[in-house]
Design a binder for this molecule. Structure first.
Ligand SMILES: N[C@@H](CCC[C@H](N)C(=O)O)C(=O)O
Length: 270
């Protein structure tokens, strides 16, 4: 069976998109997702994105990390799907129904409401999520925010200097986070500018993480470090994040289609 795919990215966070809205797709499981994502033996991507019909929105979108695990949310991929659709649309995700629409040269997405209760992150036990009293070497006292997926954010003087490739996996797998966690290191550069690097749960270091940008912006706003609209610059480029009076987060930024192709399912599925 030949399966069509679309290769896309949002600020270098790259995706293989399978469109099952009108054509039947093979069963998507962790093994197939990980095989397709593999950069040596597969197509190669940070996330596999699957589009399906929905009964409650214009379409349903599922996100799989490079290790095959499914995530309820992926900000950059949501913008990429918005680009594919080319018009305002509602997207059913495991994190709720989101709204994406063209905005200038990019796509704006209503990413929903952030959650801060320790059970909602989730943490293994009750702690103050505005200042978690924990640390790993020089990374201490992070904020925890759930924006559909779990994030911790460490505010540091120079995020470029953090050995995130070493500390990221330690923190991701710490028993404090029963569903693991995305690890953000951020430097506030002014009332409306943040620099950010992210170790993504299930994928590792990426060039950009949309939900990481949302969680970091909201964490910085909760701490009073920045205004309610902020530009978040990641290695792959810049997103604008606004946290409105209605408690909803809007993420705006670019997305790109790279190429289209097909793969032979038998090479990847068991
Ligand atoms: N790249 C993403 C986030 C993908 C999911 C994340 N790794 C998780 O498991 O929660 C983004 O742009 O938000």
């Amino acid at each position: 069976m030949q399966v069509p795919f679309i290769k896309m990215h949002g600020l270098g966070n790259d995706f293989v998109v399978l469109d099952g809205r009108s054509a039947a797709l093979p069963t998507i499981d962790a093994g197939l997702a990980a095989a397709l994502a593999n950069r040596h033996t597969g197509i190669g991507c940070d996330q596999l994105v699957v589009l399906e019909p929905s009964t409650v929105a214009d379409l349903r979108v599922r996100f799989f990390n490079a290790d095959g695990t499914e995530s309820p949310a992926c900000g950059n991929a949501t913008r990429a799907v918005g680009l594919l659709l080319g018009t305002a649309a509602t997207l059913e995700t495991l994190a709720g129904v989101l709204h994406a629409a063209p905005a200038g040269d990019g796509i704006a997405v209503d990413m929903g409401e952030p959650r801060f209760a320790w059970e909602q992150i989730p943490l293994a036990y009750a702690l103050d999520t505005l200042t978690l009293p924990v640390g790993w070497e020089d990374l201490t006292q992070p904020v925890a925010v759930n924006v559909g997926n779990p994030h911790v954010i460490f505010f540091v003087p120079d995020c470029q200097a953090v050995p995130l490739d070493r500390l990221g996996p330690l923190i991701e797998h710490d028993p404090l986070f029963p569903e693991r966690v995305n690890v953000n290191v951020a430097t506030v550069e002014g009332r409306s500018a943040i620099r950010l690097r992210v170790w993504e749960r299930g994928t590792g270091l990426t060039l950009a993480c949309g939900t990481g940008a949302c969680a970091t912006a909201v964490g910085a706003m909760r701490r009073g470090l920045v205004d309610r609209t902020v530009r978040v610059t990641l290695p792959g480029g810049t997103l604008t994040i606004a946290w409105g009076e209605d408690n909803r987060i809007t993420m705006t930024g670019p997305a790109t289609e790279s190429f289209r192709g097909t793969f032979e399912l038998g090479r990847f599925a068991a």
